[in-house]
Design a protein around this ligand. Structure first.
Ligand code: HEM
Length: 159
């Protein structure tokens, strides 16, 4: 529970995002379904990745505009080595949602969960060969996507 004091408040700043992300990856790395993808397949260096993940979530939740990389291509490459399907995305989302709920509550916390669902489903569709418009926007049109102004339901406009 938040702060170890049983008190749960909303996400407020990058330090909160960092706490959330760190806790999420602790759970994800230990997970029987998706853990090995991080530890054995990608051999993800968490300390190197944490600032990047904080940029990403700060952009998604607070429209910080600090994330400018292409997360989709990384997951496309990963998907070729360890197929990411329904089971993996489902577990990823369950872990993310539970971690947010255990640590934070409020508008920003809700946004972190809603946007994760949107991004995960467009990423999953994209990896399966379909359209993934909302996910593509993260990094290119991150502010709009983060603000929820681009929906993952529609097709990406021609660019
Ligand atoms: C099946 C579920 C998923 C798995 C197993 C997974 C795994 C990974 C791994 C192993 C990396 C490191 C890749 C590398 O640098 O080699 C990574 C990076 C990343 N993931 Fe995921 N991921 C999943 C879903 C998601 C979802 C749903 C989101 C967003 C809502 C997300 C956001 C990111 C971001 C932002 C990065 C950093 C990309 C960068 O370096 O710029 N992932 N993921």
């Amino acid at each position: 529970m938040a702060g170890g004091a049983g008190e749960v408040r909303d996400l407020r700043d990058r330090a909160d995002i960092a706490r959330l992300v760190r806790e999420f990856y602790a759970r994800a790395f230990a997970d029987p379904i998706i853990g090995p993808i991080f530890t054995d397949v990608a051999r993800m260096d968490l300390e190197h990745h944490l600032p990047i993940m904080c940029d990403f979530w700060e952009t998604v939740v607070f429209q910080a505009g600090t994330y400018h990389r292409n997360a989709l291509t990384l997951h496309e490459a990963l998907n070729r080595r360890a197929p990411l399907g329904e089971a993996e995305f489902g577990r990823w989302l369950d872990l993310w949602t539970a971690t947010v709920d255990d640590l934070f509550a409020g508008e920003s916390a809700e946004r972190a969960k809603v946007q994760a669902r949107r991004i995960a489903s467009s990423m999953q569709r994209r990896l399966a060969g379909g359209s993934g418009s909302a996910f593509e926007t993260i990094g290119t049109r991150d502010r709009l996507a983060a603000a929820g102004e681009i929906d993952d339901v529609g097709e990406a406009p021609a660019r």
